[in-house]
Design a protein around this ligand. Structure first.
Ligand code: UDP
Length: 152
């Protein structure tokens, strides 16, 4: 079943010029980019996005980190895309992330783990609505979907 997920390359990924390389992983997997943009996250948006962590000791550092430079935010579409992208992203602590995952291949510290991906249908819906308006979505067909999917 086609799903959408919110994925964001954090400021360290953008500053390290990893945007294209990471985006290529999602594209090569067969996922469809239906919305994308570069933006500076405001303090308010950062605090809302990471609201569930507001009582954690790392919250202040997390807000400083995510607002420290541009992020590349996107909405990806595909079959079971939420869990698929979480697997591609890897464990929160990059030192524990499997080699072959994005964090396992490009990051070292939990506080600099380069990428965010929604962890459930509820958070995907919430995060997509937080970052994107309806007018920012592109409605189009990928010509190779009947090759990638057994049943497009
Ligand atoms: N984080 C951190 N220190 C911690 C745990 C988390 O700096 O001890 C940051 C890290 O950037 C992480 C984000 O907070 O990606 C959100 O944490 P969560 O547990 O939701 O992990 P994720 O879903 O991003 O893997």
């Amino acid at each position: 079943m086609k799903q959408r997920t919110f994925t964001m390359l954090k400021p360290d990924a953008v500053k390290r010029r990893l945007t294209g390389e990471i985006l290529a992983r999602f594209e090569k997997r067969g996922l469809k980019i239906v919305a994308a943009k570069t933006l500076m996250i405001s303090d308010d948006l950062a605090k809302t996005h990471y609201g569930e962590h507001s009582d954690k000791p790392f919250f202040g550092d997390l807000i400083s980190y995510i607002t420290s430079g541009p992020v590349f935010a996107m909405v990806l579409e595909g079959d079971d895309v939420i869990s698929m992208v979480r697997k591609m992203v890897g464990a929160t602590n990059p030192k524990e992330a499997a080699v072959g995952t994005i964090r396992g291949d490009y990051a070292i510290d939990t506080g600099r783990n380069i990428v965010h991906a929604s962890d459930s249908e509820e958070s995907a819906e919430r995060e997509i609505n937080l970052f994107f308006d309806e007018s920012e979505f592109c409605d189009y067909e990928l010509p190779d979907e009947d090759i990638i999917y057994e049943e497009p």
